[in-house]
Design a protein around this ligand. Structure first.
Ligand code: GAL
Length: 379
C-alpha cells in the first residue's frame, strides 16, 4: 500500500469512527443526557415543539450550569426526525439594558411557540419573572418572529385580564369574592384560609392589577383559536384564557380549572373531541405525582382522574409512578406518531442546564383513558 492509499484509508476509518460516535451521541434514552449534533446536552427545558414545513423546532429555556436566573434567553433546536437535533442558537436573547423586562438575570420559563396561520408569524409566550424580584412578578411575556429560528422580538410582559371576571362566574360568586381580603391571611393552609381561597380571594386581590401567570402552556384548537393555560392565584388555580386572533393578547374571555387545586406544569392534548390535561403538583424542582383532568370543552367542566402514570422507571433510579418517574411535564407532542408523546424535564436543581429530558408514549386503556408507562424512549 502506498502512503497516499494508507492516508486515505486512515482518513476513512477516522470519519467512520466519528460518525459512529455522533450517531451514538444522538441516541436519546430517557434518564440520560441527550446530545445535539455537536455533542452538547440539549439545553432546552420547559419548552415545546412545533413542526413548520419539513422541520421540527424545539424551543426551551437555555439554563446556566450554575444559578437559577436566565443568562442567555430562549433557545431553539431543529430536527427532521425528532431524534437528531441541531442547535440553532438563542432566538429570544435577554436584554443588556438595565430595567428592561427581560434584562439578563430575569427568569424566563416554559416558553411555548405557536405559528399563527393568519398573520404568518411565530408567536412566543413565556413565564417571566423580573430581575431581582424572585417569583413575585408572575407575568406572561409575548414575543414574535417571522421565522421559526428567530430572532424573536420581545413585545411586552403583563399580568392577565385586569378588571375582568371569569365569564362563567355568577353574580353571587363575584359578590362573595369581593368580600374576601387576602391581606388578612398571614397563615396559609388553614381550613379558614382554604375557604376564602375557594371564594376567589386571590382572584379578587389581583383584579385591578391583573391575574398572576406562572407555569403555562399554549394550546391551539382545531379551529385555530389559541388558549393560554396558566398557573395563577399563587399557583393555586389554573386559568384558561382565550387569545386574540393574532395570539398577541387576550380577548378577555377566561375561566378557572380546579380552583384551589394547586396545579402546575400544564400539558394538554385533544383526542376524538376530548381534552386531556396533565399537570404536576407544586414542589418546585422536586418531582411529585401528576394530576389528570378531562373535559369535552376547553371551558370545562373538568373532571379530575387519577394520575395516568403507572409502574416504575426501570431505566431511571426506579423512580415510581407517583413521582412522575422523576419528571415534570412540559408539553404533549401530538400528531407525530400513532400516539401522543408526553415531554417532561427531569430537573437538576444544582445544575439546571444538565436537567434531563423524558419523553414517553401516551397509551389508552380500554375506556380510552391515558396511561403512561416507563419506556427507554418514546418510539
Ligand atoms: C417548578 C416550575 C418550574 C420552576 C420551578 C422553580 O414548580 O414548574 O417551571 O418555576 O418550580 O422552583
Amino acid at each position: 500500500m502506498n502512503t497516499l492509499t494508507k492516508r486515505m484509508l486512515l482518513c476513512c476509518i477516522a470519519i467512520l469512527c466519528l460518525s459512529n460516535l455522533m450517531a451514538q451521541a444522538q441516541e436519546h434514552v430517557n434518564g440520560q443526557l441527550w446530545m445535539d449534533t455537536e455533542g452538547n446536552h440539549i439545553n432546552a427545558h420547559g419548552g415545546n415543539i412545533i413542526k413548520y414545513k419539513k422541520n421540527y423546532y424545539w424551543y426551551g429555556e437555555n439554563r446556566p450550569y450554575n444559578g437559577f436566573t436566565t443568562e442567555k434567553g430562549v433557545g431553539v433546536y431543529s430536527s427532521k426526525d425528532l431524534k437528531t437535533w441541531k442547535n440553532e442558537g438563542i432566538v429570544l436573547p435577554v436584554s443588556e439594558e438595565a430595567g428592561h423586562d427581560i434584562e439578563r438575570g430575569c427568569i424566563m420559563e416554559r416558553p411555548k411557540v405557536v405559528y399563527n396561520k393568519k398573520t404568518k408569524k411565530f408567536v412566543m409566550l413565556f413565564h417571566l419573572e423580573l430581575k431581582g424580584r424572585g417569583y413575585e412578578a408572575a407575568r406572561v411575556g409575548f414575543a414574535v418572529s417571522d421565522s421559526p429560528t428567530g430572532p424573536f422580538k420581545f413585545i411586552r410582559s403583563t399580568r392577565i385580564n385586569a378588571n375582568i371576571w371569569p365569564f362563567d362566574m355568577s353574580e353571587q360568586d363575584i359578590e362573595a369574592a369581593k368580600k374576601t381580603d387576602a391581606s388578612q391571611w398571614k397563615d396559609w393552609w388553614t381550613p379558614e384560609w382554604r375557604a376564602e381561597v375557594n371564594k376567589g380571594m386571590y382572584l379578587w386581590r389581583d383584579m385591578a392589577g391583573g391575574q398572576m401567570s406562572r407555569d403555562m402552556t399554549v394550546y391551539i384548537d382545531d379551529d385555530g383559536k389559541a388558549y393560554h393555560i396558566t398557573s395563577s392565584q399563587e399557583n393555586l388555580t389554573l386559568l384558561v384564557c382565550e387569545l386574540k386572533d393574532d395570539y398577541l393578547g387576550y380577548t378577555g374571555k377566561y375561566n378557572m380549572i380546579a380552583p384551589g387545586g394547586q396545579n402546575e406544569a400544564p400539558c394538554i392534548f385533544k383526542k376524538d373531541g376530548t381534552y386531556w390535561l396533565i399537570c404536576s403538583g407544586c414542589t418546585g424542582w422536586a418531582p411529585n405525582e401528576a394530576r389528570m383532568f378531562t373535559s369535552k370543552s376547553i371551558w370545562g367542566p373538568w373532571k379530575q382522574l387519577p394520575s395516568p402514570f403507572v409502574g416504575t422507571a426501570t431505566g431511571y433510579r426506579n423512580m415510581p409512578a407517583n413521582k412522575t418517574f422523576g419528571g415534570q411535564g412540559t408539553y404533549i407532542l401530538n400528531n407525530v406518531a400513532d400516539y401522543p408523546i408526553f415531554m417532561a424535564d427531569i430537573w437538576n436543581s444544582r445544575h439546571l442546564s444538565q436537567s434531563m429530558h423524558l419523553w414517553l408514549p401516551i397509551n389508552f386503556d380500554e375506556n380510552g383513558v391515558p396511561v403512561i408507562k416507563w419506556a427507554d424512549n418514546p418510539w
